[in-house]
Design a protein around this ligand. Structure first.
Ligand code: BEZ
Length: 333
C-alpha cells in the first residue's frame, strides 16, 4: 500500500471514528423509546396528522432511536380514560380537547367564553398569549401531566335538522354537545337541552331523532358528511375549540433534559404547524360546506341575547382569567 493511500485510509478511519463519537454523544442521553400517543379524533383528522409529523421529527432528530405510535379514534378509551393513563404513565402523550382537562382544572373553562374570538386566526393569537400559556403551568400540579402547548380545531357552529329563524326555534330541542361544563352551561342558559355525546355517535343520533341539532365544527361536518342529516347550518363561531398537547408527568420525570427538550420542541413545532393549517383551511372548509347546497346562515352574538353576560355570571369564579382573555382579544384585529 502506498503511503498516500495509507494516509487517506487513516484519515477516513479517523473521521468515521469522530462521526461515531459525535453521534454517540448526541444520543448518549436519548434512550431508545417508542412513545404512545392517543387522540379521540378519527383517522384522517388534522390532529392525527400533527401527531404523525411530531413522530417523524423525533425519529429524524434521534437518529431513529425515538419513534411514536399513534392510537387515534379513542382506541385507548375516551379522553377521561386517556388522562388516567397519562397520570399512571401507561400512556406517554396525548392530543386532547380541553373538555376533560377543564372538568378537572376549571380555569381552562375560561377558554370557552362565548364569542371570545371570531375565527381560528384570532384563537391562535389568544392561545399563544400570556393568559392561555399561563394556564398550562397549572397542569403538572393539578393533573399530573405536562401541557406543552395548544393545538386548535375550527370554530364551533350549530347544525339543525330543521330551519332556525330565531334562537326560540331551538328552545326545548336536544342539542348534541361535547361532554363538558362550559358548553352545557351555554345551552342551559339558552333553554336548549344539552345532550352530551361522543363524535362517533353523532351521525346516527341525527338520523334516528335522538338529537335535533348539534354543536360541531366545519371539519367534522365534512368528515362525517353531517350535512346529509342536518341541512341547516348556523354559522355562529360561538366558541373556539383548543386542543392541548400533553405528556405524562411520570414519563416526563423519567426523561433526561435532552429528551425533554427534543420532545417538547417537536411537539411545539407540530402544534404550531397545525394551528397555522387550521387558520388557512377554515374558510375553505366553509366554502366546501356551502357547495353541498345546504342552508348556511351566518349569525352573530346578537342572535343569542344576554348569553354572554349570563355565562360569565355562571363562571364568575374564573372572572380574572375570562377578563384577561377578553382584554387580550380586544387587542386583536
Ligand atoms: C367534538 O366533540 O365536537 C370534537 C372532538 C374533538 C375534536 C373536535 C371536535
Amino acid at each position: 500500500m502506498s503511503s498516500h493511500i495509507r494516509t487517506a485510509l487513516s484519515r477516513t478511519l479517523m473521521s468515521m471514528a469522530a462521526v461515531a463519537a459525535m453521534t454517540l454523544a448526541s444520543t448518549a442521553s436519548v434512550t431508545a423509546k417508542e412513545y404512545r400517543v392517543g387522540t379521540i379524533v378519527p383517522a384522517g383528522h388534522l390532529w392525527n396528522k400533527a401527531a404523525t409529523s411530531m413522530g417523524e421529527k423525533l425519529q429524524e432528530r434521534s437518529n431513529g432511536e425515538v419513534t411514536v405510535s399513534l392510537f387515534p379514534a379513542g382506541q385507548l378509551g375516551d379522553e377521561s380514560q386517556m388522562v388516567q393513563q397519562l397520570q399512571t404513565g401507561a400512556l406517554d402523550m396525548a392530543f386532547l380537547t380541553i373538555a376533560d382537562v377543564s372538568n378537572r382544572v376549571p380555569e381552562f373553562g375560561a377558554l370557552y367564553a362565548p364569542f371570545l374570538v371570531d375565527n381560528v386566526s384570532q384563537a391562535n393569537e389568544i392561545l399563544s398569549g400570556p393568559t392561555a400559556q399561563g394556564l398550562l403551568e397549572l397542569l403538572p400540579k393539578k393533573m399530573g401531566v405536562v401541557g406543552v402547548d395548544y393545538g386548535i380545531a375550527t370554530m364551533r357552529e350549530m347544525m339543525s335538522t330543521q330551519p332556525v329563524e330565531t334562537i326560540d326555534d331551538l328552545k326545548g330541542k336536544k342539542m348534541r354537545i361535547t361532554p363538558f361544563k362550559p358548553f352545557r352551561d351555554f345551552y342551559t342558559i339558552l333553554e336548549i337541552a344539552p345532550t352530551p355525546m361522543p363524535l362517533p355517535d353523532v351521525y346516527d343520533a341525527l338520523a334516528n331523532g335522538q338529537v335535533d341539532a348539534i354543536d360541531i365544527d366545519p371539519e367534522l361536518i365534512l368528515n362525517f358528511k353531517l350535512y346529509d342529516r342536518a341541512p341547516h347550518l348556523l354559522l355562529t363561531n360561538h366558541a373556539m375549540f383548543p386542543m392541548v398537547g400533553l405528556v405524562s408527568g411520570r414519563v416526563w420525570a423519567g426523561m433526561s433534559e435532552e429528551e425533554r427538550d427534543m420532545v417538547a420542541t417537536a411537539m411545539r413545532e407540530s402544534l404550531a404547524e397545525l394551528r397555522q393549517q387550521y387558520a388557512e383551511a377554515e374558510p375553505e372548509m366553509i366554502e366546501e360546506i356551502r357547495a353541498t347546497g345546504i342552508e348556511v346562515k351566518p349569525v352573530g352574538p346578537e342572535f343569542f341575547p344576554g348569553v354572554v353576560e349570563k355565562w360569565e355570571a355562571m363562571w364568575s369564579e374564573q372572572k380574572p382569567t375570562i377578563d384577561a382573555l377578553r382584554e387580550e382579544a380586544s387587542q386583536l384585529q
